[in-house]
Design a binder for this molecule. Structure first.
Ligand code: DX5
Ligand code: ZN
Length: 224
């Protein structure tokens, strides 16, 4: 199984974003961009203008995680900004299937995210149209929180469900991922790993990414 590492810039120096992205470019697979609106989550980050300029300055595909209300209204802006994938929260959308189709129609990969309290059943109607299923292992809104081990069963259930349905969407995990937690997430079936504070809080982010990749690869189950 291929492991994809997606550092989140939320824990980077936000006044030097281009430099921070350049620091990890050689060792990362994607860049994870957390968009927060102060309503869906109690924090604010940045919007489509910043996302567009960041994308223009890096070769890394941009994995945009929208933690915003009324995502359908905004998804096209992020796709047009050049996002490789646009992920919205199922809890935030009035019409999740319509939102997913709007992302697909705008040419980006479709992601749907679940808060820890949201059951997998909430996304079942979308599974036929998504490219990414993002399972949050912290309450969305802030970097640097502890990994919620109670979400490991959801990762494993998602992997089983994908096998039963014969689908190909990727399972992504976000929140509290670091050297001591990436293995359990990989073993349960995660394939894309978001890490913010573990990478940008490290004195050597490139070496940290190398170690995270190795730990994930060692724990990954055989491909199904
Ligand atoms: C949290 C964000 C995460 C965050 C992860 O709501 O979605 O992407 O940056 O940060 P860490 O890796 O520090 O938990
Ligand atoms: Zn995120």
């Amino acid at each position: 199984m291929s492991v994809l590492l997606a550092p989140s810039i939320l824990s980077a120096n936000l006044a030097r974003l281009a430099d921070e992205v350049a620091r990890i470019e050689q060792a990362a697979d994607w860049i994870h961009l957390d968009v927060m609106d102060g309503h869906f989550v109690p924090n604010l980050s940045f919007g489509a203008g910043t996302v567009r300029d960041l994308i223009a300055g890096t070769r890394l595909p941009a994995d945009v995680h929208l933690m915003i209300e009324d995502p359908a209204r905004w998804v096209r802006d992020y796709a047009e900004a050049g996002a490789m994938s646009v992920t919205f929260h199922v809890e935030a959308a009035d019409d999740p299937l319509g939102c997913a189709r709007a992302i697909a129609a705008s040419g980006a990969q479709v992601g749907v995210a679940l808060r820890p309290a949201t059951p997998l059943a909430a996304v079942e109607p979308l599974l036929g149209v998504i490219d990414l299923l993002l399972i949050m292992t912290v309450e969305p809104g802030f970097g640097g929180q502890a990994f919620r081990a109670d979400q490991v069963a959801k990762l494993a259930a998602a992997r089983r469900l994908r096998g039963l349905r014969g689908e190909r969407w990727r399972i992504e995990v976000d929140g509290g991922i670091g050297e001591s937690t990436i293995g359990v997430a990989a073993a349960a079936g995660a394939q894309v790993f978001v890490a913010g504070s573990a990478v940008f809080g490290s004195t050597d982010p490139v070496d940290m990414l190398r170690r995270l990749r190795q730990a994930a690869q060692e724990s990954a189950p055989p491909p199904t």
